[in-house]
Write a protein that binds this ligand. Structure first.
Ligand SMILES: [Zn+2]
Length: 377
């Protein structure tokens, strides 16, 4: 089985609070930070053992690698206010708490440093445009960053718990199923026919398909999490061999960092035990900030990534071929092509209409329309 990123699967969980933790200062954190802590503690972010210190952050921004040279492209950071900085110092231990998650974690502070938000936004997103959702998030961060290792103490099971697996658990499942070549598919949308053909093309040469939707903070107009999961259940039951697929959620926020995030997405799936990672057109992009295949090109900088990227271009319906194809396999003129546009599908669904069956499976459309409000409002 593929080794976790950095060689060792990180596990930093305690089963209960230790007596000497009782007197520590507690800081409330939001769900996005809580997700990061769970991902650190369960090894989704291996080899990270905590929030980035200044040394690692500088290296990640400058070289797309941690200070020790391990590929790492997305900064995982804990930001605090100027007023908080007065009551904490290096080597302190503090408790981070999130009520919704019932999450408590111990943070051992390594360093406290200024959050250079403009540089952080510019380098991570390759733009400083405030319209970019990732840039907007960074510019609204607090003024200081705290680096240090974390240990997760408690956490309650969350919504969709039946779809939640830690890397340790997915690795056990893959082993049990006898899967050796495992394709990971990242998504944040219900499947249309283009997705299905892409997944099936990849699966033809592999043992298993790991469908891994991102669940977490969404934008207005995005599909709701329960809609994405239900639509995939429908697709798998009707059009996949269930023994060859696994549907599992990943709780993390989308950063919309395009190429840098494509590498991050691949690293997380490597930690789950996947050997291959599907990278589509404009992976993790938003608007027109990134070239359509910038998220393919960036993989050339990481010959040491170990998980193998599978690059795909868009799939479309060709009337002449009589099937769903892409521009590598169809020789016909554009007049025969019907493009599968997410925007078009969304429009049909918003109007409570079933999209044409040559772009989305009827069963999937019906599942989505079975929800009163499929979109985030
Ligand atoms: Zn054709």
């Amino acid at each position: 089985m593929i080794k976790p990123h950095g060689g060792t699967l990180i596990e930093r969980c305690l089963k209960k609070e230790l007596p000497d933790m009782k007197d520590l200062q507690t800081y409330n954190i939001d769900s996005t930070l809580a997700d990061d802590i769970v991902n650190i503690a369960t090894g989704v972010y291996s080899p990270l053992t905590g929030f980035l210190n200044q040394n690692d952050l500088d290296a990640v921004l400058k070289t797309k690698r941690l200070a020790d040279g391990t590929p790492w492209t997305i900064p995982i950071l804990y930001d605090v206010d100027t007023s908080d900085v007065k009551s904490i110092k290096e080597n302190d231990q503090i408790i981070l708490y999130n009520e919704k998650y019932g999450l408590k974690a111990l943070l051992e502070i390594q360093d406290i440093y200024k959050n250079n938000k403009k540089e952080l936004a510019q380098v991570t997103y390759d733009t400083r445009d405030i319209q970019h959702p990732g840039v907007n998030n960074v510019l609204h961060m607090k003024d200081f960053l705290v680096g240090g290792e974390i240990i997760m103490i408690t956490k309650k099971p969350q919504e969709f718990h039946q779809y939640y697996h830690t890397p340790k658990e997915t690795r056990t499942v893959f082993k049990k199923k006898g899967w050796k070549k495992i394709i990971a598919f990242q998504t944040r949308n219900p499947p249309h026919l283009g997705h299905e053909y892409l997944q099936k093309t990849a699966l033809t040469f592999a043992d298993g398909l790991f469908i891994n939707p991102i669940i977490g903070k969404k934008k207005i107009g995005d599909f709701r999490d329960n809609v994405i999961l239900a639509s995939y259940e429908t697709l798998i039951q009707n059009y996949f061999i269930p023994e060859r697929t696994m549907l599992s959620i990943l709780r993390t926020s989308m950063k919309y960092a395009g190429p840098r995030e494509a590498i991050h997405h691949a690293i997380m799936r490597k930690n789950y035990g996947c050997t291959h990672f599907i990278v589509g057109r404009d992976h993790a992009g938003v608007g027109n900030y990134y070239l359509p295949y910038a998220s393919h090109d960036i993989f050339q900088e990481f010959p040491d990534l170990e998980i193998t990227p599978m690059f795909f271009r868009s799939f479309y319906q060709c009337k002449k071929c009589g099937s769903i194809v892409n521009d590598k396999i169809c020789p016909h003129e554009e007049k025969y092509h019907v493009y599968i546009s997410g925007k078009k599908i969304r429009q049909y669904l918003q109007d409570k209409k079933i999209p044409p069956e040559d772009i989305m499976r009827k069963e999937v459309s019906e599942t989505i329309l079975g929800f009163k409000e499929p979109f985030v409002t």
